[in-house]
Design a protein around this ligand. Structure first.
Ligand code: HEC
Ligand code: HEC
Length: 234
């Protein structure tokens, strides 16, 4: 070691005590500063919790979608045949509120962790169209190959048919605010001619079909609409 280095070292060790006094003074102030920082963090955390709560509340509201208008009592049970169709698994499995398509006649959650995402078409990287084409898979692909129809995606949340009462479905179907802005005529047209709806009666594989044919369903819808679209009490 050269003398120059040695004397530098000595000088350095001399300044250490004064530096450590400064550090001690800082340390003495630190608990208060730390406490303030912690309080700030706690406030931020509370704010986030409130925000998260608000979000849950709001998304809960969207899910439960306020029930629309009232309707005349359905004394003649005109809605029941329609209900048996829309709550058949071939129809209901796409009409969910939680973004998870259902499968098979027991309406279990779709395999592969599929989720509809924001618009019902899937999430980035796993769109419905990755597997579902515009027509059913060829018969040769076997009964469990993905079925298909043009524009395959989940129905909007407000058109929910899973785990809701017949009255709830009826009120939603008759109200343009919750049926996609459809007039009674457009609603009838949708039941009678929409390609995605038509798939429910030609689902491919060994899949079962709704209890009424598409024509019978359209006729039942027309009768119900003509009577003023009455709804069951529950
Ligand atoms: C990874 C491939 C894949 C993706 C992605 C996918 N599906 Fe499927 N889906 C299938 C297969 C395969 C079947 C047929 C299963 C069977 O019948 O055994 C099926 C069946 C269905 C059925 C018929 C259920 C029934 O039994 O009535 C619906 C409805 C459905 N999928 C909706 C969707 C929707 C909506 C999306 C997008 C949000 C989607 N799927 C994304 C592979 C997929
Ligand atoms: C692959 C998914 C899928 C299947 C299966 C499906 N739907 Fe839908 N449905 C949708 C989508 C998406 C919409 C919204 C599109 C629109 O409004 O034009 C919708 C909307 C509707 C509407 C509009 C009014 C409303 O309030 O719900 C009716 C009626 C309807 N579907 C009837 C049926 C019937 C009946 C079946 C079975 C025979 C069926 N759907 C099967 C996806 C599906």
């Amino acid at each position: 070691m050269t003398d120059a280095i040695r004397s530098n070292r000595a000088r350095a060790s001399q300044v250490v005590p004064s530096a450590s006094v400064a550090t001690q003074m800082q340390n003495a102030r630190r608990p208060q500063a730390l406490q303030r920082a912690h309080q700030r963090q706690a406030r931020v955390a509370v704010a986030w919790l409130l925000l998260a709560g608000l979000f849950l509340l709001l998304s809960g509201t969207v899910r439960a979608a306020p029930l629309p208008t009232t309707a005349a009592a359905d004394d003649a049970n005109l809605f029941e045949p329609i209900r048996t169709v829309v709550q058949h698994p071939r129809c209901m499995n796409c009409h969910v509120a939680d973004g998870v398509p259902r499968q098979y006649d027991d309406s279990r959650p779709h395999a592969q962790n599929v989720h509809g995402g924001d618009k019902g078409f899937g999430v980035p990287g796993l769109q419905c169209s990755t597997c579902h084409q515009t027509t059913n898979a060829h018969e040769a692909a076997g009964p469990n190959a993905p079925p298909g129809a043009p524009n395959w995606h989940l129905a909007p949340k407000e058109m929910v048919w899973v785990d809701v009462t017949p009255r709830d479905i009826c009120l939603r179907l008759r109200d343009p605010k919750t049926n996609g802005g459809k007039s009674p005529k457009e609603l009838l047209h949708h039941f009678a001619e929409d390609p995605l709806v038509a798939w429910g009666w030609a689902p491919g594989g060994n899949r079962s079909v709704p209890p009424l044919t598409q024509d019978e369903t359209a006729a039942a819808v027309e009768k119900w609409l003509d009577a003023g679209a009455p709804c069951p009490k529950a």
